[in-house]
Write a protein that binds this ligand. Structure first.
Ligand code: NDP
Ligand code: 8X3
Length: 260
């Protein structure tokens, strides 16, 4: 029988670790003895999380206050990692956001740029700087957070859906380009997960954000982290390329069952 990949003492780099799915990934990997590089813009949130995980699991952590949209910041953060942190085994490209739900012809160009710069360009910068080391060391796994929005476009979703369709294509391309190396590539594509996502989408309008999940049981960040962990811990010869997961109360990007 093939051996599952052990995560003990592996270096796991998680972007967008200050909230939601990224924070839940940090928790599950910490509980299995991984060494974590936790990155996001909100350093206070990273510190809070690291204090909690350190107390619970006593694992090693390295915090990076970083904006994935800033190419120079990404380059310098990665190139100046201390030697004991530079050999990243698992990269979880999770940092991402949606902004607005406007019709395309009425949309905010600033919102579009924020989504494209974070969800596509940020993921590319991270990948470009981390994957060469994985190839030369002959080990590694990249997990990208896609979305159901990369499979189906919904009204008002236009640019967000486009950015996640790009993540899907980029994940597929990366897998093709890494063929012949042991580096694995996975896209985890959730439907509705209750996090700060909708609050960010609606620029802090929490009433509108709460309505997204009203009357249904959404996925939790921990549900997604479980799936990411499952993919990463499969035996080395198993590459899970794509997983689409939705709440039982969701059938498509627009078809959901609400009890009230
Ligand atoms: P949250 O808003 O809870 O978390 C988003 C994380 O991304 C935060 O930690 C945020 O940290 C970070 N982030 C955003 N912009 C940047 C940036 N420029 N540089 C660095 N970090 C950044 O949302 P989720 O946990 O739900 O989202 C995580 C991923 O999952 C995203 O890619 C999202 O598109 C995807 N997803 C979410 C779904 C959902 O329904 N919630 C469904 C499908 C996919 P900070 O603000 O501190 O920088
Ligand atoms: C987040 C899920 O349906 O709000 O990617 O786009 S959705």
């Amino acid at each position: 029988m093939s051996k599952n990949t052990s995560i003990q003492n592996q270096i796991v780099f998680i972007t967008g670790a200050s909230s939601g799915i990224g924070a839940a990934c940090a928790n599950i990997f910490a509980s299995s003895g991984a060494k974590l590089i936790l990155a996001a813009r909100r350093r206070d949130r990273l510190e809070e999380l690291a204090a909690k995980l350190g107390k619970e699991f006593n694992n090693e952590m390295h915090l990076l206050q970083m904006d994935v949209r800033d190419r120079e910041q990404v380059e310098s953060a990665i190139s100046s990692l201390p030697p004991s942190w530079s050999d990243v085994d698992v990269l979880i490209n999770n940092a991402g956001l949606s902004r607005g739900l406007d019709k395309l012809h009425e949309g905010s160009i600033q919102d579009w740029e924020e989504m494209i710069d974070t969800n596509i360009k940020g993921l590319l910068y991270m990948t470009r700087h981390i994957v060469p080391g994985m190839v030369s060391r002959g080990r590694g796994h990249v997990v990208n957070l896609g979305s159901i929005a990369g499979h189906q476009t919904y009204p008002g979703g236009n640019v967000y859906c486009g950015s996640k369709a790009a993540v899907r294509a980029i994940t597929e391309g990366l897998k093709q380009d890494l063929l012949g190396t042991p580096v694995r590539v996975t896209s985890v594509d959730p439907g509705l997960v209750e996090t700060e996502f909708s609050n960010v989408r609606f620029h802090g309008d929490s009433d509108r954000a709460n309505k997204v999940y009203q009357g249904l049981t959404p996925l939790t960040p921990e549900d997604i982290a479980d799936v990411v962990f499952f993919c990463v811990t499969r035996p080395a010869h198993v590459n899970i390329s794509e997983i689409l997961l939705v709440p039982t109360d969701q059938a498509t990007a627009t078809l959901v069952h609400r009890r009230s």
